[in-house]
Design a protein around this ligand. Structure first.
Ligand code: HMG
Length: 408
C-alpha cells in the first residue's frame, strides 16, 4: 500500500454535461433617489459633467431602515416565490458593504426568506468582483450535482465622502440570481479569463464607512485588468471578439463601460467602427444610469437591462467583464438560450426605479451623515417601501423584520 491515489483521467470527467448558468434574476434598489443635478449644484459644476462625462443621471439612496440585507432579501424574494426552495443547497452573499466583521449578512437573508436550515450560507468579498466569484463558485457546485441550485445575491451601497469627486458615483442595488442546470436566461461557458494585481486604486479600511479612491489610477487599473483578462481568455481558447454579440461591464459610472469597451475592442483588434463598438454595450447601461454605482451588483444590473431589453436573439453570446478594485478582473461568456425572453420580467426593475421617492440635497445630506453614527442601541424611523426593514440595533444586535404591508 503506497497510499497514492490514481491520477484522474481528464477524458473521463465526472462533471455534468448539462449547461449551467442563470435561471432567474431579480433586481432591487433603495427607496430614495437623488438627481445628479442636485449634486452638481452643490459642487458648482456643469451638470453635463455628470450626465455626459460620467454617463449618470441619478443615484439610489437607502432609507434609514434599509441596508445590504434588506436590499438583498428584497431582490431574492420574487426568485424564491417563483421557484420555491426545492434543491436549494447554497446561498452566496457577495458584498463589500459588510455590516459585520464576523457573521455573514447572508444568514439574516436566509431567515428573512424562510430558507431551510439545509441551505449553507456564506459571504464573499473582493470589491466589485465578488458577485462574479460567487457566480463561478455556484456554477461549479451545480456542475458537480445538477440537481442542486444556488442562490447568488449581490448587494452593495456605494459611499464616498461628501464633496469628493467620487460623490456623484454613489448608488445602491442588489441582484438575486438562481444558478441551476439547464438555465432559462444565460448558459455560462466554461472558458474564463482572469487578472489579479495588488493595486491601491480603491479601498475601504475597517475604520471607515466611506471608500478611499485614487480616481485616475482606478480607471487605469480597470483598463489594464481588462487587457489582462482578455489575454488570458484568448490564451485559454475563448471566443474571438467577432463571435461575441454583446458585452456587459462593471459600471461604476456608465461612461466607464464605454471607456473599457473601446479599450477592449482596440486590444482585441476589432475592425468595428466606434458606433458599432458602442452599440455592443448600449442596452446594458439603462438601469445603471439610474441606480448609480452598486459595486458588485452593477455588472448584473447591466446584464438585467440587456436581457430585459429583449434585444438579443436566442443563441447570442454575451461577454461579462467583472472588475473589482484592488484588483481582480474576470471576463467570461454566456449563451442566451431559446425562449429566454419568457423568463425575464422587464417591467419589474423599471417599476422599482420609478417607485423611488425623490429627495432633496438637504435630505440626502442628513441620510449620508446618519450612516456614520456608531451606537449600541438604535430605533430606525419607518421609511422603506421594500418588503423587509432594518429596525435598528438592540444591544449591538441588528434587528430585521418583514415590512408591514400597511406602511409600504
Ligand atoms: P473628476 O475629477 O470629478 O472628473 O473624477 P474628471 O475631471 O475626470 O471628468 C470626468 C469626465 O467628465 C471627463 O471625461 C471629462 O472630460 C468630462 P473623460 O475625459 O474621462 O472622458 N467632463 C465633461 N463632459 C461634458 N460636459 C462637461 C464636462 N466636464 C467634464 N461640462 C472620477 C471622475 C471617475 C475619477 C471620480 O468620480 C471618482 O473618483 N469616482 C470613484 C472611482 C471610480 O468610479 N473609478 C472607476 C474605476 S474603479 C472601479 O470601477 C471599481 C469601483 O467600482 C470600486 C470597487 O471595485 O469596489 C470604484
Amino acid at each position: 500500500m503506497t497510499g497514492e491515489r490514481p491520477v484522474p483521467d481528464p477524458e473521463e470527467s465526472t462533471l455534468s454535461t448539462h449547461p449551467v448558468g442563470i435561471h432567474d434574476l431579480s433586481v432591487a434598489t433603495g427607496s430614495h433617489v437623488i438627481g445628479l443635478d442636485e449634486i452638481a449644484a452643490r459642487h458648482g459644476v456643469d451638470p453635463a459633467k455628470y450626465h455626459v462625462g460620467l454617463g449618470q443621471d441619478e443615484m439610489s439612496v437607502l432609507a434609514p431602515d434599509e441596508d445590504v440585507v434588506t436590499l438583498a432579501a428584497a431582490a431574492a424574494l420574487p426568485v424564491v416565490e417563483r421557484h420555491g426552495t426545492q434543491g436549494l443547497r447554497t446561498l452566496l452573499f457577495a458584498t463589500e458593504s459588510g455590516i459585520d466583521q464576523s457573521k455573514s449578512a447572508g444568514v439574516y437573508v436566509h431567515r428573512l426568506l424562510g430558507l431551510p436550515a439545509t441551505v449553507r450560507t456564506v459571504e464573499l468579498k473582493q470589491a466589485c468582483y465578488s458577485g462574479t466569484a460567487a457566480l463561478q463558485m455556484a456554477a461549479a457546485l451545480v456542475a458537480r450535482d445538477p440537481a442542486e441550485k444556488v442562490l447568488v445575491v449581490t448587494s452593495d451601497v456605494a459611499r464616498y465622502d461628501l464633496d469628493s469627486s467620487g460623490e456623484p458615483t454613489q448608488g445602491a442595488a442588489a441582484v438575486a440570481m438562481l444558478v441551476t442546470a439547464d438555465p432559462a436566461l444565460l448558459e455560462i461557458e466554461p472558458v474564463t479569463g482572469v487578472h489579479t494585481e495588488d493595486v491601491m486604486d480603491f479601498w475601504r479600511p475597517n475604520h471607515r464607512s466611506t471608500a478611499l479612491v485614487d480616481g485616475r489610477a482606478s480607471i487605469d487599473a480597470y483598463l489594464r485588468a481588462v487587457s489582462g483578462a482578455w489575454a488570458d481568455y484568448a490564451e485559454r481558447g475563448g471566443a474571438p471578439f467577432e463571435d461575441i454579440d454583446a458585452f456587459a461591464y462593471h459600471q461604476p459610472f456608465t461612461r466607464m463601460a464605454t471607456k473599457a469597451h473601446r479599450h477592449l475592442a482596440k486590444v482585441a483588434g476589432s475592425g468595428l467602427d466606434r458606433d458599432a463598438v458602442d452599440a455592443q454595450i448600449a442596452a446594458t447601461t439603462t438601469y445603471n444610469r439610474r441606480t448609480g454605482n452598486s459595486y458588485t451588483s452593477s455588472l448584473y444590473v447591466g446584464l438585467a437591462a440587456l436581457l430585459d431589453s429583449g434585444e438579443l436573439d436566442p443563441g447570442s453570446r454575451v461577454a461579462l467583464v467583472s472588475y473589482g478594485s484592488g484588483a481582480v478582473c474576470e471576463l467570461f461568456t454566456g449563451i442566451v438560450p431559446e425562449g429566454y425572453r419568457e423568463a425575464t420580467h422587464p417591467g419589474a426593475t423599471t417599476a422599482a426605479l420609478d417607485a423611488r421617492t425623490p429627495i432633496s440635497d438637504t435630505a440626502y445630506l442628513e441620510l449620508h451623515a446618519a450612516h456614520d453614527v456608531v451606537v449600541a442601541d438604535l430605533v430606525t424611523p419607518h421609511r422603506t417601501t421594500g418588503p423587509f426593514r432594518y429596525a435598528g440595533l438592540d444591544g449591538h444586535r441588528r434587528q430585521y423584520e418583514r415590512n408591514e404591508p400597511a406602511t409600504r
